[in-house]
Design a protein around this ligand. Structure first.
Ligand code: ATP
Ligand code: MG
Length: 469
């Protein structure tokens, strides 16, 4: 996983940090600078106006010069600024900084230089080596302007304040950036790590390792996904096992009759079986081929009922079907001296289902009951109605089924050890077919059995619908 989700998130996070920082720096530095300049210019302008008013009120520009100069110096030291007194032509009359520029004339001096802004930024006509912020206030006496008070403040001073404000902004930005790391951490714990585990699990399943379990403790969608995948792998493992078992059983069940057929045929061909006994062995061959035919038919029947929707439903009397199936077992019954006891709640019990398939169900159940019972016992068959359902039960007093086998009897090819001794012809498909037919009708079949006492199979069927029947 070269480009992991986490890496992408991390890159996005870093990009967010860098872009956020750059835009905050760009915007806030510009805004604070503009704000500070405006603020300072206003302050300086108020100061300049204050000084110019002092001059305007005094009698002459030169009269109280010393006193005013004192005031200028005090303001200049306090505000770290340079204050000039300039006459109308731009000649510097007084300078707060040791009179260094006194007597100099400002080239192309223009009193309206500041315009609406009230301030000017720059080196002020080349008179400063570093950029300064300049404000000018006129000194008026009567109705005429006598001169100007100019205050210059090095931009450097403003930059220092700006730097301090920006520092606060940057530190706040950094704290927010670091706090947002929590989101990344939460993403890592809640999404990324479980996703890694799920991906790892999916890879293992793809490699066929269905025993792998995805660890998950969360109860959110991720946990649910992990649980679902775990369940899926269990089901696949079961299906896999079942498939393997199925193929093994088919091969086994097909191989044994084929081996005996081959053995008998070779024996007949090479004369091991004498001519007079050939007929006896040919009859055995027929029995074996019949077994193969039964096996194939059973598998086909199982396949067709499992593809639902193939039922040919009609309304018919299930009691009549039971009587018919019982009649077909007459010969077997006579041989084993067994009897059927039929107990019907009503003379007719109309059901809605597939006639031929339900006939097969009854055939398989009665066949089992006869096969797994001792001679001279009887088989009890009951039908009755409860609500919209009709129930049918087939009960014998035979060998019974052990508790641990009860769950498995419905599996394809499953035969209990006891039955293997009794019935070598059985395929173990009978009950699988029964179950699939009953399920296709949307109904249930249940088995209650006690070893050595007997077995009872009960299944339900939908009662015939009145309007149709
Ligand atoms: P087939 O039905 O193809 O002849 P089978 O009868 O052996 O073969 P199922 O009908 O599927 O196969 O039955 C599965 C197993 O369940 C039987 O082999 C037997 O061990 C057991 N079983 C079924 N019915 C009874 C019963 N009435 N009494 C005792 N055991 C039974
Ligand atoms: Mg059977």
């Amino acid at each position: 996983m070269k480009r992991s989700l986490f890496l992408k998130f991390l890159l996005a996070y870093i990009l967010f940090g860098v872009l956020g920082f750059v835009s905050i720096a760009r915007l806030s530095s510009d805004m604070t600078y503009r704000y500070l300049i405006r603020e300072q210019a206003n302050n300086l302008y108020s100061e300049a106006t204050l000084i110019s008013t002092s001059y305007s009120d005094s009698q002459s520009l030169y009269l109280s010069e010393e006193m005013i100069n004192e005031q200028m110096k005090a303001v200049s030291t306090f505000l770290h600024v340079e204050i000039w007194l300039v006459d109308r032509d731009g000649m510097i009359i007084s300078d707060s900084r040791q009179e260094l520029k006194k007597g100099q004339t400002i080239q192309s001096f223009d009193p309206t230089m500041t315009g609406n802004q009230r301030y000017l930024e720059g080196d002020f006509h080349g008179m400063f080596s570093e950029p300064v912020l300049t404000v000018a206030a006129p000194i008026t006496r009567g109705y005429s302007t006598r001169g100007y008070v100019l205050i210059h403040m090095p931009v450097q001073n403003i930059l220092a304040s700006q730097f301090e404000i920006l520092n606060i902004v940057y530190i706040t930005g950094l704290i927010i950036f670091l706090l947002s790391l929590i989101i990344l951490l939460v993403f890592y714990i809640i999404v990324y790590r479980p996703l890694r585990r799920i991906t790892e699990g999916a890879m293992r399943y793809a490699e066929g390792d269905y025993s792998y379990r995805i660890r998950s403790r969360s109860h959110d969608e991720m946990g649910y996904l992990a649980e679902t995948l775990n369940f899926m792998s269990e089901e696949i493992a079961k299906a896999d096992d079942y498939q393997r078992q199925f193929v093994a059983n088919i091969s086994h069940d097909f191989r044994s009759p084929l081996t005996s057929i081959k053995g008998y045929l070779e024996a007949i061909l090479d004369g091991t079986i004498p001519k007079e006994l050939e007929e006896k062995y040919l009859l055995r061959l027929i029995a074996e081929t019949e077994r193969l035919t039964k096996l194939t038919q059973s598998m086909l029947s199982l396949n067709s009922t499992e593809q639902k929707g193939l039922l040919m439903r009609t309304n018919f009397d299930i009691n009549r079907v039971i009587k018919e199936v019982c009649a077909s077992f007459e010969m077997t019954c006579r041989k084993k001296n067994m009897t059927f006891e039929l107990t019907f709640a009503a003379r007719k019990e109309m059901v809605y289902g597939d006639y031929a398939k339900l006939q097969q169900v009854l055939y398989n159940l009665i066949d089992n009951a006869l096969k797994f019972s001792d001679p001279s016992t009887s088989i009890l068959i009951r039908t009755g109605r409860s609500g919209t359902k009709v129930f049918v039960s087939v009960k014998d007093s035979g060998i019974g089924i052990r508790k641990r086998d009860l769950q498995k009897i419905w599996d394809r090819f499953y035969k209990t050890d006891q039955s293997r001794g009794r019935d070598k012809q059985g395929t173990g498909l009978g009950l699988a077919i029964v179950k699939s037919i009953v399920s296709a009708h949307g109904e249930n079949i249940d088995c209650v059995s006690t070893e050595g006492v007997g077995t009872e199979f009960t299944f339900t069927l939908p009662a015939a619908q009145q309007e149709i029947g």
